[in-house]
Design a protein around this ligand. Structure first.
Ligand code: NI
Length: 387
């Protein structure tokens, strides 16, 4: 295990890469300049297997260790930015109007490049490291597509690891837990079909707005009264559209929202329960409902043995107490969950200090976290692939 001092020297260069990526943000799958930058850097480290164009702009590069035969482990970084107008006022602010690295994926990419440079030089491990640079984490399902395009099978990856920065956690600290660490995302659309008419004659109409309002409250009662209070569960109605005149009761009302949970049985429960509540309330007033439910990003579930390996790597770097191995899972989502469905592995959070939160226009990745991320990757590789 190497302490943080081993990575300080490399950090200056990695910081320049991070700032370059930050100035040139790209979205979803259209990461052409980013992917070119990453693959050129990888080649300059003497890495001779680099496959580009996976899931359009994703990259997998392989580094063989010098300590003999062994398994292949995957390390994943996401590369995409967000459609936000940057307000960080940093000298390396986005040069592209309306796009910014507002989630720190510039830092994630730069840190994995830093680890790649170190590992390609030292090769103090057995087996192989597969560096996975992924497009479209924020939207577009890049993680899922990389798995569907056979990344795990083709490169023989047996375990896979991910990392994300965490504003609010001190730089130099890590957080992780075994089991669910990030929530799953499920979206829904409801259409309440009533009977429109003149607003002065409610008894001749079936008012989808009043029925919709009761459905919205009914969904919150579902959370409060039908789910085990020890199981985190969120239903947020985020859109309601109905009507466009003062004197007309409309025919329909449209209600949409999102469901977040960390228990694997809850997406299926929510799909049935939301429809039951909506249909029950609507039918009481003679209305009907149309319902669509989509299970999107899966719950990100860390595997026990790989979580222990991740904790060991982080503690080797920063000490026992700087790693919280029993964090409470978050309700945000992460498409690394698809990779953890394909292979055992673990996802860890890296302290980003007291920066604004991710997806905020003032956010910026904290360069002070760079050596910790690089050091974590290197310790993980040298620990998991020890001879
Ligand atoms: Ni992110």
């Amino acid at each position: 295990m190497r302490g943080i001092g081993a990575f300080k020297e490399l950090t200056e260069e990695v910081e320049q890469w991070r700032h370059h990526l930050h100035e040139h943000p790209e979205l979803e799958y259209a990461l052409h300049e980013t992917a070119k930058f990453v693959s050129e850097k990888l080649a300059s480290f003497g890495i001779n297997y680099i496959e580009t164009g996976i899931a359009e702009t994703g990259i997998v590069a392989l580094i063989q260790g010098e300590l003999g035969e062994g398994p292949t482990i995957g390390l994943r970084a996401d590369m995409d930015a967000l459609p936000i107008i940057e307000e960080s006022d940093k000298p390396w602010s986005s040069k592209v109007a309306g796009k910014m690295h507002g989630c720190g994926h510039d830092g994630h990419t730069a840190m994995l490049l830093g680890a790649a440079k170190y590992l390609a030089k030292t090769r103090n491990f057995k087996g192989t490291v597969a560096l996975i640079f992924q497009p479209a984490e924020e939207s577009g399902g890049g993680g899922q597509r990389m798995v569907e395009e056979g990344v795990m099978d083709r490169f023989g990856i047996s375990r896979v690891f991910g990392m994300h920065n965490y504003p609010g956690l001190d730089v130099g600290k890590f957080m992780i837990c075994s089991g669910a660490i990030q929530g799953g995302v499920n979206d829904f659309d409801l259409i309440v079909k009533g009977k429109g008419g003149h607003a002065s004659t409610p008894h001749h109409n079936i008012d989808p707005i009043v029925i919709g309002a009761q459905i919205i409250l009914g969904l919150q009662a579902l959370v409060a009264r039908c789910v085990d209070p020890r199981e985190a569960f969120v239903i947020s109605v985020t859109k309601m559209h109905a009507g466009d005149a003062y004197n007309i009761v409309p025919q329909t009302a449209e209600i949409s929202g999102t469901v977040r949970c960390i228990e694997p049985h809850l997406p299926g429960f929510a799909e049935k329960a939301i429809l039951d509540v909506a249909r029950g309330i609507a039918s009481g007033f003679g209305a009907e409902v149309e319902f669509k439910y989509r299970q999107l990003d899966p719950i990100t579930v860390n595997h026990q043995a790989e979580t222990a390996l991740a904790v060991e790597a982080a503690r080797g770097l920063v000490g026992y107490h700087a790693v919280d191995d029993r964090m409470k899972p978050g309700m945000g989502a992460e498409d690394f969950g698809y990779m953890l469905q394909a292979r055992p592995g673990a996802y860890i959070f890296l302290g980003n200090g007291s920066t604004p939160s991710v997806h905020n226009p003032a956010y910026d990745f904290d360069d002070g976290a760079l050596p910790y991320g690089i050091g974590y990757w290197v310790n993980l590789v040298e620990g998991v692939l020890a001879a």
